[in-house]
Write a protein that binds this ligand. Structure first.
Ligand SMILES: Cc1ncc(C[n+]2csc(CCOP(=O)(O)OP(=O)(O)O)c2C)c(N)n1
Length: 611
């Protein structure tokens, strides 16, 4: 054994690499197989050789969401669990990160190599083993871009470096399975750093794609951009803004790319997601514009919201290729496409006519995004021409989010694209997402949601990582009651870390509202009964503060049942002197079971004509 080998082992090697990547938090749930790794971690920290901190979470799913949230801001995150029982629980979170293109490292600590040999040779199983020999590896292969099993410590450096390089290059999760007795096995020390090595575009296909796009844009009168999730995940905000400003054309975003640029940008024209968009956004995108240019936008059902046809009047650059109408150009990286398109469009005249046309239309009215609370509500109301009358008093989804919008606006400092805001938003799926999608987020990367995978409960787990990666801002989390029930234990991590996140639990009287809407929408038009399986067991959500808080780590829970209550809650949140702001604050918001955000009103209108 060389002298260098003697000072390194697999655990130390991996810790060093994670540290080099600037990962500050390793989220997870331990098990005996992970013990040696965590011992080395403590020793490395004590010796001042590592900053990586272990953050124990009550659930593996929560750890995975936290790592995902951390990665969305920091660029890469990590979670560590124990074999099978932990790994299978983590799987859903890693599946989400895979689909949403979030790079994270899933570390799975397994029984010893000796136990594996006993199993392989004579069938002797130990705890957590399945008779399917490589069950953990097999399932993780489905949701990662590299999956390694480390059984020989001397091979570990290559395996670890290869996996981490794949994680950065492919921007998706990787999996490292390490046997318990391998953690402290000797290996060579790390050399250099792990560089991101993304694939290059084909120069020929890039040029052809740009040529076809420029021709199509030149032939259109009014093109519009639609910035999508890849502009955020690939950190292309600057290139996107440069293209948008060079062309002076308006742009919308998907929800998944919401706040990739400041929503104060003068060319921003709202979040487009089909029939769920604000009416003026959809009109601009679908009717006024005659060409839609998707930039890293995914054609998921959530993004298209019931508008399904992509045809000749679309350009879509995503997933390493560009479609210009029916023509497809593979091997084109989005960053290269943005740059090359900007160079061509800035040099040409293609967009001029469109720009003046848009200005004329804007001047003739009807296309501006609503700014005031009243205008916002009026705009939403125009989406809602079916369903029962709203309650005369009390909160509705729409009035709640309009009030939150005003709250955010009042907290904004400065103006234009340089404006800042002390809050960022994390939205869960379902009505929370539909309600929060039009909040005006003035700062880049200040709105987060798992918009494609859509696992309910994501927000409450993810905010742990988001807040850890961005400690200077306060999180406002919007989560439905059913979604919250999936993940409530993770409040414990918020409390433990003394995070000051505000969790708004939107309780529509103990109901899976969106499920009702998707399967039996006519309930909302008073024509059907609620489905029994959408009824939740009621909880006293605010009292969870007693469960998860302590004198040293306070947490507060309150109930808000009407507009006055919401005003009081927002005053409390905005007042730094309030003791409730020293830790997490859970706001249990009472809404009506029959209520729904106007954005999903199309499901009622399209399916339930008045009888
Ligand atoms: C992990 C997971 N399980 C189940 C679902 C299916 N699902 C989607 S939305 C939803 C209901 C959410 O209910 P709630 O949080 O109360 O919000 P609401 O629909 O009332 O707005 C369910 C069960 C899912 N998306 N993710």
């Amino acid at each position: 054994m060389s002298e260098r080998e003697g000072t390194w082992n697999v655990a130390r090697y991996l810790i060093h690499r994670l540290d080099q990547l600037g990962i500050g938090c390793l989220f997870g749930v331990p098990g005996n197989h992970l013990g040696p790794f965590l011992e080395v971690l403590a020793a490395e920290r004590d010796a001042g050789r590592a900053r990586l901190a272990w953050v124990g979470t009550p659930t593996e799913m929560g750890a995975g969401y936290a790592a995902d949230g951390y990665a969305r801001i920091h660029g890469i995150g990590a979670a560590a669990v124990t074999y099978s029982v932990g790994a299978f629980s983590l799987l859903n979170s890693v599946g989400g990160a895979y689909v949403e293109e979030v790079p994270l490292v899933a570390i799975n600590a397994t029984p010893t190599f000796e136990q594996w040999l006993n199993f392989r040779e004579v069938g002797l199983m130990t705890s957590h083993m399945s008779p399917r020999f490589e069950s953990n590896l097999e399932v993780y292969r489905q949701v990662t871009v590299d999956a390694q099993v480390i059984t020989n410590s001397r091979l570990a450096p290559r395996q670890i470096d290869g996996a981490l390089a794949a994680c950065l290059a492919e921007r998706r999760p990787v999996y490292l399975e390490v046997m318990e007795d391998t953690w402290k096995g000797p290996c060579a020390g790390p050399e250099g750093t792990i560089a991101p090595l993304p694939r290059a575009s084909s120069p020929k296909l890039l040029a052809a794609a740009v040529e076809a796009a420029v021709e199509k844009i030149g032939a259109s009168r009014r093109p519009i951009f639609w910035a999508g999730e890849e502009t955020d995940r690939q950190r292309l905000a600057d290139g996107l803004q440069a293209l948008i400003e060079a062309t002076a054309l308006p742009f919308c975003t998907t929800i998944g790319a919401k706040s990739v640029l400041s929503e104060n940008h003068p060319q921003f024209h709202g979040v487009y997601n089909g029939k769920a968009s604000l009416p003026e956004v959809r009109r601009m995108f679908k009717e006024v514009a005659d060409l839609r240019i998707g930039l890293g936008a995914w054609s998921t059902s959530k993004n298209l919201g019931g508008d399904v046809a992509l045809g000749e009047d679309w350009i879509m650059a995503a997933h390493e290729g560009v479609s210009v109408g029916a023509k497809f150009f593979p091997k084109v990286q989005l960053g290269d496409f943005l740059r090359a398109l900007r160079e061509r469009l800035a040099a040409g005249q293609a967009h001029r006519a469109a720009r003046s046309d848009y200005y004329q239309l804007g001047a003739s009215g009807g296309l501006a995004l609503p700014r005031s609370r009243q205008a916002f509500l009026a705009s939403l109301a125009s989406l809602r021409d079916a369903g029962p009358e709203r309650p005369a008093t009390g909160l509705t989804y729409d009035s709640f989010f309009a009030r939150i919008d005003a709250f955010l606006e009042a907290a904004t400092q400065g103006g234009g694209v340089e404006a800042t805001n002390p809050y960022f938003v994390v939205s869960d799926a379902a009505f929370a997402l539909l309600g929060s999608q039009n909040l005006r987020m003035v700062e880049r990367q200040s709105y987060f949601a798992q918009n494609s995978w859509l696992a309910i409960g994501y927000s409450v787990g993810a905010v742990t990582g988001l807040k850890s990666a961005r400690p200077t801002r306060r999180a406002l989390v919007f989560v439905g009651d059913g979604s919250f029930q999936e993940i409530c234990q993770e409040l414990s991590t918020h409390t433990r870390l003394r995070h000051d996140s505000v969790i708004f639990v939107l309780n529509n009287q103990d109901f899976y509202g969106i499920e009702q809407m998707l399967v039996h929408p006519c309930y909302y038009a008073g024509q059907e009964a609620e489905a029994y399986y959408n009824l939740l067991h009621p909880w006293s959500y605010a009292r969870l503060a007693e469960v998860f808080g302590s004198a040293a780590t306070p947490m507060t829970g309150i109930v808000v049942a009407d507009e006055d209550g919401l005003e009081q809650a927002l005053r409390m949140i905005g007042d730094p002197a309030q003791p409730a702001n020293r830790g997490p604050l859970l706001v249990h918001v009472r809404l009506q079971r029959q209520d729904y955000p106007a954005a999903i009103g199309y499901a009622v209108r399209d399916n339930c004509p008045p009888s």
